[in-house]
Design a binder for this molecule. Sequence first.
Ligand SMILES: [Zn+2]
Length: 127
Amino acid sequence: MLLADPSDVLADELFYATVEECEDCRTVLLDCAAQDARAVKKLVDWALWITSEVHGGLPDVLVDQDAPKDSFSPSVTFRRLAQGYRTGQTNSAQHNVRGPEQRREVADDAVTLVAGLDRYGADFLYW
Ligand SMILES: [Zn+2]
């Protein structure tokens, strides 16, 4: 799959650390992302855009709070952002991720999602 370049060093490094399953690098980079609201928004928008392209819209499993937790199961915060993306609410004010903990969480979800799609394709969400 041809992935769009997030053209952001942090997002880029985090993506490759996730693909390579390097937990040491992931920990360091996620800690950085936790302090960087702009990078996190970029990562989340990137992940949701790619997923939409792959699936022809965002699958319910990413949006519904009570979707079955079969394989990839993003945080409640990520699901809220996915819901916003689906309804076209992607500006920063509505992005609304509070504090380093939530930023770290959604950055992790976003990059795990893209790395999974990269490796396994659309099936990644439905194992
Ligand atoms: Zn590493």
